[in-house]
Design a protein around this ligand. Structure first.
Ligand SMILES: Cc1ncc(COP(=O)(O)O)c(C=O)c1O
Length: 385
C-alpha cells in the first residue's frame, strides 16, 4: 500500500545517530553535549508540589473548552503580562501541536512559509506534514545575527503565507531587535503574511543587548496577524506535562481565534490534568528557570575558559536560549567533524548543518548539559577540532 508522500522516503537514522546507537550498543560511555531534555540534566524539581498540582480535583472533571480551560489561560496571561488576556489564548498539547494548528489555519497544500535560518530543525517536517513547504532564508552574522529582510523579499512567491521566527532563536540565541520587529511586521502587513513567533526561550536571556525585544507582546497592536507560541516545556522546564499555547494578536485576531478554536475542537488534545495543573506549575516556573539560567551561565563561563587555551576556536555571542555556536576552522565538513569527535572522543555535538547553517565552520553545543559532562566533553574535544 502506498503511504502519504508527506512522509520521509526513509526512516533510516542519519550517520551521527547511527554511530551513536552503535557506540551505545557496545556500552561505550558517550558524553552528550546536545541534551535538550531538562528532566535528565540533574536539576532539582519540587517533586511534591508537582505531584500535588497534577492531582487536583479539577483533573477528574471533563468539561472541555476548545480554547482551553479559563483558569489555565488566566494563569498563562498573567505569566506573560503585557496586557495579554485569556481571550487571546488557545491551549495546545505542545508547541509542535500549535504549529500544526497554525499551518492548517493559514495554508492550503502547496503553500509556503519562510523561515529565517539557521533555526529549529523541526519546521521542515511540521510544515510538510500539513502539506506546506518551509523555505529557509539565511540570516547573517555581523557582530550579531541579523534577519535578511531583502532575502525574505526575494524568497516571496504567490504561495507564501507566513514567516516563522524564533525569539530568541534556536540555536543562534538571536533576539529580534526593535528595528527588526518593525521591519518584519511592516513587511508582513505589506505582503498579507502572518507572523509566527516562537518565544519558548524568551525567559532565558544571557548576553542580550538593550535593544533586544524580550517579547513581541510588548507591541500591543502589530500591523500584521501575529501568533506567539510558547509552552511549559521550556518556560517551566517541564516537557513531559505537554502543555503549550498560542497567543493571537493583530488584525483579524478574533476571527483567527474562532477558527483556531474550531481546529482545536476536532482534537481536544490537552489533558484535563495538564490544564488543571497549569496555574500551580507556572507558579513553580520562575525557580526552575533560575536553576536553568545558572547552568547556562556556568557552562558559558567554562566554555570561555576552555577557549582561552584554544586560540583557533571561538564562540558566537549568546543573546539567549540553551545553545552556543562554536566557530572552528572549516578544514573538514561540520558533519565529518561531529562524526570524528563521536568516534574518537565519544563526545556528541551537533554540526551546524543540523540547524540549516550554511557553509561549514560551526558546531552547536547545549548549555543545558550537566557541568561535569560539559567540562569533560570540552577537554576531550577541543584539542581534536
Ligand atoms: C524553538 C523551539 N520551539 C519549540 C520546541 C518544543 O516545544 P514543545 O515541547 O512544546 O513542542 C523546541 C524544543 O527544543 C524549540 O527549540
Amino acid at each position: 500500500m502506498r503511504l502519504s508522500s508527506r512522509l520521509p522516503h526513509s526512516f533510516a537514522p542519519n550517520a551521527l545517530s547511527a554511530l551513536l546507537t552503535e557506540l551505545r550498543s557496545e556500552s561505550r560511555e558517550v558524553l552528550d553535549l546536545t541534551v535538550s531534555n531538562p528532566t535528565q540534566c540533574g536539576f532539582t524539581y519540587p517533586e511534591a508540589e508537582i505531584r500535588t498540582a497534577l492531582s487536583l480535583p479539577a483533573m477528574l472533571d471533563y468539561d472541555p473548552d476548545s480554547q482551553g480551560s479559563r483558569a489555565a489561560r488566566e494563569a498563562i496571561a498573567a505569566h506573560h503580562g503585557h496586557g495579554l488576556t485569556p481571550e487571546e489564548l488557545l491551549l495546545t498539547a505542545s508547541t509542535s501541536e500549535g504549529y500544526g494548528l497554525l499551518f492548517k489555519l493559514l495554508g492550503d497544500p502547496g503553500d509556503e512559509v519562510l523561515v529565517p535560518s539557521p533555526s529549529y530543525p523541526l519546521f521542515d517536517w511540521l510544515a510538510r506534514l500539513e502539506g506546506l513547504q518551509a523555505r529557509s532564508v539565511p540570516s547573517y552574522f555581523h557582530d550579531r545575527w541579523h534577519l535578511d529582510l531583502g532575502g525574505l523579499e526575494a524568497a516571496l512567491t504567490a504561495r507564501t503565507r507566513a514567516i516563522v521566527v524564533v525569539n530568541p532563536n534556536n540555536p543562534t540565541g538571536h533576539f529580534l531587535s526593535s528595528v527588526e520587529w518593525s521591519g518584519l511586521t511592516d513587511f508582513c502587513a505589506r505582503h498579507g503574511l502572518a507572523l509566527l513567533v516562537d518565544e519558548v526561550f524568551s525567559g532565558y536571556a544571557l548576553e542580550a543587548a538593550d535593544d533586544c525585544l524580550r517579547t513581541v507582546l510588548a507591541d500591543p497592536a502589530p500591523p500584521c496577524p501575529v501568533f506567539l507560541l510558547s509552552g511549559l516545556s521550556k518556560v517551566a522546564a517541564l516537557p513531559q506535562i505537554k502543555l503549550g499555547w498560542v497567543a493571537v494578536r493583530g488584525p483579524g485576531a478574533a476571527e483567527h481565534l474562532e477558527a483556531l478554536a474550531f481546529l482545536a475542537d476536532q482534537y481536544l488534545s490537552v489533558s484535563a490534568s495538564a490544564q488543571a495543573a497549569a496555574p500551580a506549575l507556572l507558579a513553580l516556573a520562575p525557580a526552575l528557570r533560575t536553576q536553568v539560567l545558572a547552568r547556562l551561565r556556568s557552562n558559558l563561563a567554562h566554555l570561555d575558559e576552555a577557549l582561552a587555551a584554544s586560540p583557533h576556536l571561538s564562540r558566537l555571542p549568546v543573546e539567549g536560549g540553551w545553545s552556543v555556536l562554536l566557530r572552528r576552522p572549516a578544514v573538514d565538513a561540520d558533519e565529518a567533524c561531529a562524526l570524528r569527535l563521536l568516534r574518537e572522543a565519544s563526545v556528541l555535538v551537533h554540526p551546524g548543518s543540523f540547524f540549516d547553517l550554511t557553509g561549514d565552520g560551526h558546531l552547536v553545543l547545549s548549555l543545558l548539559t550537566p557541568e561535569t559532562v560539559f567540562c569533560k566533553g570540552l577537554s576531550r574535544t577541543l584539542p581534536l577540532i
